[in-house]
Design a protein. Structure first.
Length: 301
């Protein structure tokens, strides 16, 4: 719990320099990063060119970030206890209609466009239907400051139960909540699922990322070194894993095949927290860098 309280109490700071990215990432759309300490969202382009600050107004300590299939961008504006969105047509920022959120963190969007929000200090996950229907609470039990969220294609929801040092799975069919078999987790934060259904978990209290195999349930440690409070996770279309290395103020990548850890060059990140790639067919107007999708770049998940 200490890590969560430290993160939510970090002082806000003025935005730093324009972000750049390199490390020769595999070709593809830019990675979007919630730059928590600088109260903004930035892009780290795959081609190593100039980064961009996404035009979002009034953010305070943003954390979770997610896209829907149409290219709408969602951000947990944690310090303001709300979730904001930018439409894919380049329209104005709006606030997702929610009730009584307290320190929202992780986000996920299902195939229908419904938004799931880790309403952390209320110890629950809420769901806002596509189109802004009435908010509901996802049926869970015993959560304490939930953080990261991840959705299976069939709608099963994974939740990083931060204080309870576990990840739970909530079945889409309503059959209940189960605990994912893991060993030694401490303050799990970010979650990500690859195409095979393997689950990646930022084990922040142990400064590592673990992988739970969908095939046999075996847990392994992703070969990364020097992490300090890993937070958000994202996967590109080639299966390469990106980690928001929070207290090192950087984003690192490890290749799916052949290993090899790379730090994405950037300037001025302050506690990067959430990571997300836009969907392949998305065309969010606010950020020109996404036009790279039109150049036949790597298909993303």
């Amino acid at each position: 719990m200490t890590g969560l309280l430290v993160l939510c109490a970090l002082p806000t700071a003025p935005a730093g320099a324009t972000q750049t990215a390199g490390g020769r990432s595999p070709a593809g759309p830019p990675l979007y990063v919630t730059d928590y300490g600088n109260n903004r969202v930035v892009t780290l382009p795959a081609d190593g060119g100039e980064g961009t600050t996404v035009p979002l107004d009034g953010l305070v300590r943003p954390t979770g970030i997610a896209w829907d299939a149409t290219g709408a961008l969602y951000v947990s504006d944690t310090g303001n206890n709300r979730v904001v969105t930018l439409p894919p047509d380049g329209g104005e920022q709006t606030t997702v209609p929610t009730v009584d959120l307290s320190r929202p963190l992780g986000l996920a969007v299902d195939a229908a466009g419904s938004i799931f929000i880790a309403d952390s200090f209320n110890d629950r996950v809420v769901k806002v239907p596509a189109g802004g229907g009435p908010q509901t609470t996802v049926p869970t039990s015993g959560l304490l400051h939930p953080w990261g969220l991840a959705l299976e294609p069939d709608g099963d929801l994974y939740v990083a139960d931060f204080v309870n040092d576990r990840v739970v799975k909530v079945a889409a069919d309503g059959s209940g909540q189960t605990t994912v078999p893991t060993v030694g987790l401490s303050q799990p934060t970010g979650l990500a699922l690859n195409a095979a259904g393997d689950l990646y978990v930022s084990d922040s209290g142990n400064n590592r990322v673990v992988k739970v195999s969908a095939a046999d349930g075996q847990q392994t440690t992703v070969p990364l070194t020097g992490l300090s409070d890993p937070l958000g996770l994202a996967l590109d279309g080639a299966g390469n894993l990106y980690v928001a290395d929070g207290f090192n103020n950087r984003v690192v990548r490890v290749r799916e095949t052949g290993g090899g850890q790379v730090t994405l060059p950037s300037t001025g990140l302050n506690t990067p927290t959430g990571l997300a790639f836009p969907p392949t067919k998305a065309r969010p107007g606010p950020v020109d860098a996404v036009d790279a999708v039109d150049k036949g770049l790597t298909k993303l998940r």
